[in-house]
Design a protein around this ligand. Structure first.
Ligand code: ADP
Length: 309
């Protein structure tokens, strides 16, 4: 079973741990952490750890992009990125005095020919995969309808698409006639989307909004509270036990990995929702972003409850 992940604006994530951050002078860093970053790459790693064959695609240049590809290949992920003339980005996190200051590069501008090359590449890969996870923001140069174009191609081949993006990019997809099979907003993203505060009290009504018509799975992740979902018109609450959390960054991406894996395997709705939450929880229990320890999988899975409401 193969799953395709789409990361259009990947990055090298750099972390600089500093005891003190001195402004307007030199800061020397002894221990530098560099990893291949971007939401879709976290999804790719977790899928691999779940045991799926993973094909990763997106845009990459021949310097940092090549580094990202090398890194993913070392983890056994098949990489089919489209080469670009712009520069793949670095994203920097300065960890200081218990705080985190981030410097995020916007990333390259994609040329029209490169976008076209990507679409051709995407069509070619689709025949080899069962499902697709699309994550993150659109780089400059692509139209707001770019994800909808990918979804239209996937729908034509009857391949499920799990989409995890936010803001105007998500809104553009929801207003388009080509619908993804799954979206995974959190409460903040739903609030942003609907222009009114969405809480656990009004979530059922909120998910009935016309904006979500035609979307089979809406999975609202709720951090330590688990998740709420609307699947084929039915509502579900996923309850999870309290766990010791090390680093929850990337838990949403791990959740996406669980969803696309469960759906590609035709698991039941209940088991897919449980799988997604277990993946999010396992990621939160690790220091490394986009990583799960499968040894703890079953013990957590058995503690989750999915209630129809
Ligand atoms: P996002 O980062 O996209 O907002 P969440 O923070 O909701 O995603 O996390 C996704 C999933 O990971 C949750 O639904 C839950 O299953 C798990 N998770 C995240 N944070 C915690 C936590 N503090 N305790 C337990 N589980 C967590």
């Amino acid at each position: 079973m193969s799953i395709l992940t789409v990361t259009l604006n990947p990055a090298i994530d750099i972390s600089y741990p500093l005891e003190y951050f001195h402004l307007n002078t030199v800061n020397r860093v002894a221990q530098v952490g560099k990893t291949a970053g971007g939401k879709g790459l976290n999804v790719s790693r977790v899928l691999k750890e779940l045991g799926a064959d993973v094909v990763a695609t997106g845009f990459a240049d021949d310097i940092l992009g090549a580094e990202i590809v090398k890194n993913l290949k070392n983890e056994g992920i098949d990489c089919r990125f489209t080469k670009i003339s712009g520069k793949t980005r670095n994203c920097i996190a300065i960890l200081h005095e218990g705080q985190q200051t981030e410097i995020l590069e916007k990333g390259p501008r994609i040329l029209r020919e490169e976008a076209k090359g990507f679409i051709d590449n995407f069509k070619a890969i689709l025949a080899e995969v069962e499902a697709i996870a699309i994550s993150g923001s659109l780089p400059d140069g692509l139209q707001e309808t770019f994800y909808s174009a990918l979804i239209a191609i996937a729908n034509k081949q009857e391949k499920a698409v799990v989409l995890d993006c936010s803001g105007s990019t998500l809104e553009a997809v929801l207003k388009n006639s080509h619908k993804p099979s799954v979206i995974k907003p959190n409460l903040e993203e739903l609030t942003d989307l609907l222009g009114k505060e969405v809480t656990l009290e009004n979530i059922k009504d909120s998910l009935q909004d016309k904006l979500f018509d035609g979307i089979e799975w809406i999975v609202v992740s709720l951090g330590k509270e688990g998740a709420f979902a609307k699947v084929s018109g039915e509502f579900y609450r996923v309850k999870i036990p309290k766990i010791d959390v090390v680093n929850p960054v990337g838990s949403g991406d791990a959740t996406v990995a669980g969803l696309v894996y469960g759906i590609s395997q035709n698991e039941t709705v209940g088991n897919t929702l449980k799988r997604a939450n277990v993946c999010g929880m396992l990621n939160a229990q690790e220091a490394k972003t986009g990583h799960i320890n499968k040894a703890n999988y079953q013990a957590l899975f058995d503690q989750l409850k999915v209630e129809k409401i």
